[in-house]
Design a protein around this ligand. Structure first.
Ligand code: AMP
Length: 416
């Protein structure tokens, strides 16, 4: 992880939180932590832009814990003092895990609620009132509408992956939730990417916010070796099998655009002997949790996912992210490849790009400013595109002779 000159002790955090930080094994704040912790502690609204894997979660959870401890209040029954909203169940669960780690030495309570599981235990957990509630928007509104939870005591709210939370799908729910919160409130938004139109929407909910960016937003971590393999759509299944034959035993996430596509790809890889699961919105919560656990533990080292798994999930040691299909939204690409190279590790990403996806790739390059390295011996570049090697032949290439993954020489080092 990039070092920052500030020490945790200079950020204004109280002794119990500093002890939790030391307990988590962190020596030095990451750049976003160095900037965000004092900003959040000041009580002002904050917009934090930081790359995925940059230590964002602690950047908002640590000061929040400090603030709640300082207030010395108790949450009345069926209320929450602070709310952290996340777009996916997996991310909500992961944030709650971090909260529990960082709040371990205090008596603060944390509950996580999301859809796909029985509401009963969640209702019981909220009955006594909680300090920090981590939630996905849909289930939160369900509980608010049945009276299992009132939001008017919540005066601190954090939106993680804020750009997605303010996007069309979530916006109505977010509006409803924010309307019900107590006043005055502190609103904190964190995101790896924040396109201008979304920022405009965000400003509706923010009062005189401090904006901080640890690194230029929308740039994937420089440590990721990005590559592209130009193939025809019909050749993708075979190309993927080829590619994956060189990755046996490594942790790989393969992203597809559709749920059905994810199932198809997973099935095919299983036929070729890979330990693989698919994870997407049509899977039950139990299936999703089991798939993620098997992936984390390396029991099923290949995970085929739709964008649901693209955000926030922090799994150690993901060697390769494969974009089986390019996402329609360039920001999603940044989130997807951000699954690798987390917490200081190197990583690789390969995109399979069919002729009708060239435009999507161009948009990605425009956003990131980084041109993925072509793995084709003879890249079938359309007219006008750069990097066409002299004597480039027909686009018919299925095999990646450079060794599946496009790593440059120095990136080839791997754990034996
Ligand atoms: P995040 O961006 O919040 O998903 O965090 C990415 C990873 O960095 C997590 O595994 C954290 O445990 C880890 N991390 C967060 N802050 C620090 C720090 N100051 N020093 C070392 N690791 C950290």
């Amino acid at each position: 992880m990039t070092q920052h000159t500030t020490a945790f002790t200079n950020l204004g955090l109280s002794a119990p939180v500093l002890a939790a930080v030391a307990g988590a094994g962190y020596d030095t704040p990451t750049p976003i932590q160095g900037k965000a912790i004092p900003a959040v502690l000041s009580g002002r609204d904050v917009v934090g832009l930081a790359q995925t894997g940059s230590g964002k979660t602690a950047a908002f959870v640590l000061p929040l814990i400090d603030q709640l401890l300082a207030e010395k209040k108790q949450a009345p029954g069926k209320t929450a003092r602070a709310l952290i909203l996340a777009p996916t169940r997996e991310l909500a669960a992961q944030i709650a895990e971090s909260v529990n780690t960082y709040a371990a030495g205090s008596n603060l309570t944390c509950t996580v609620i999301f859809g796909g599981v029985k509401p009963g235990p969640q209702i019981r957990a909220m009955a006594r009132g909680v300090d920090i509630l981590v939630a996905t928007p849909g289930r939160l509104l369900d509980h608010a509408s049945t009276g299992a939870l009132r939001l008017d005591h919540t005066r601190r709210v954090i939106l993680d992956e804020a750009d997605q939370m303010l996007d069309l799908g979530f916006m109505p729910a977010i509006r409803k939730i924010l309307k019900q919160l107590g006043s005055p409130r502190q609103t904190v938004m964190f995101s790896a990417t924040m396109p201008a139109p979304i920022r405009k929407l965000a400003d509706e909910f923010l009062k005189n916010p401090i904006t901080i960016a640890a690194t230029p937003p929308s740039r994937p971590v420089e440590r990721i070796a990005q590559a592209v393999l130009y193939v025809n759509a019909a050749d993708k299944p075979d190309t993927l099998v080829d590619l994956m034959s060189k990755e046996v035993g490594r942790k790989v996430i393969v992203f597809t655009r559709t749920k059905r596509g994810a199932d198809r790809v997973a099935k095919r890889l299983a036929q070729y002997g890979h330990g693989v699961n698919a994870i997407h919105g049509n899977k039950s919560q139990g299936q999703r949790e089991r798939a993620l656990a098997a992936f984390k533990e390396g029991k099923a080292p290949v995970l085929v996912a739709t964008d649901i798994a693209a955000r926030g999930i922090d799994v150690e040691g993901i060697d390769l992210v494969v974009n089986y299909e390019l996402p329609n939204v360039p920001e999603s690409y940044v989130h997807r490849i951000g699954r690798t190279a987390r917490a200081g590790a190197d990583g690789r990403a390969v995109a399979l790009c069919a002729p009708d996806e060239r435009k999507l790739l161009k948009d990605i390059v425009k956003l990131t400013g980084i041109e993925p390295k072509s793995l084709n011996d003879a890249p079938p570049m359309p007219k006008g595109d750069a990097a066409k090697p002299a004597g480039a032949g027909k686009p018919k290439r299925r095999r990646n002779r450079r060794g599946g993954g496009g790593q440059s020489g120095q990136r080839q080092r791997r754990a034996a």
